[in-house]
Design a protein. Structure first.
Length: 195
């Protein structure tokens, strides 16, 4: 089910605000702490996000995966992880601001509507902001509108079994918190804390 352009134009609009949640987290010096993403510490997870946002401007300009190649494989954070993230997200946000919502991008599953890519990127930013906040022991202050957009996008996909391998299986929750509902839908225990 492809969301409407109007719906995902909202996702595009929310990407800058959702990214600021990550930027504002106190990550410095916490790089080896575990996250709710099994096998990934804080540095690994920030590296994943940074890599995705280094890719985004290329894809939004119409480049193919082959054209981008392997330049963002491995460690993209170097000796200044926070600076690397800030540079990547600044370029990504600028590219999103110039993107055509009616366009398409090249992804690993082929040509994808830009609106679909926007929703995927918003989900990733929002859920991984929660992951990182939990990892460093601060209360996640997610963007409420982004949480709602992510729930609207992911509920039908998870229900249709479209996301195996991307997220863990949903975790039951009786919480009325929309944040808890989102993270549980995407395989996280809302009560997760580092051990």
């Amino acid at each position: 089910m492809t969301p409407s352009v109007a719906h995902v134009s909202r996702a595009i609009e929310l990407i800058p605000e959702a990214s600021r949640v990550v930027t504002d987290l106190p990550l410095e010096g916490e790089w080896s702490r575990p996250t709710p993403c099994e096998g990934w510490n804080v540095r690994d997870l920030l590296n994943h996000l940074t890599s995705e946002h280094l890719w985004a401007p290329h894809l939004l300009r119409g480049e193919t995966l082959e054209q981008v190649g392997s330049r963002y494989d491995g460690d993209v954070l170097g000796k200044d992880p926070v600076g690397a993230w800030r540079r990547a997200i600044s370029a990504s946000v600028l590219a999103w601001g110039q993107a055509d919502p009616d366009g398409t991008v090249h992804t690993s599953v082929g040509r994808t509507p830009l609106v679909e890519y926007a929703s995927q990127m918003l989900v990733d930013l929002t859920v991984h902001a929660w992951d990182l906040a939990r990892a460093v022991g601060v209360r996640p202050h997610l963007v409420a509108d982004a949480v709602e957009e992510c729930l609207a996008y992911e509920k039908p996909r998870v229900g249709a079994g479209e996301v195996p391998g991307i997220f863990a299986a949903p975790v039951p929750t009786e919480s009325e918190s929309r944040v808890d509902q989102l993270v549980a839908l995407l395989g996280r225990d809302p009560a997760w804390a580092p051990t």
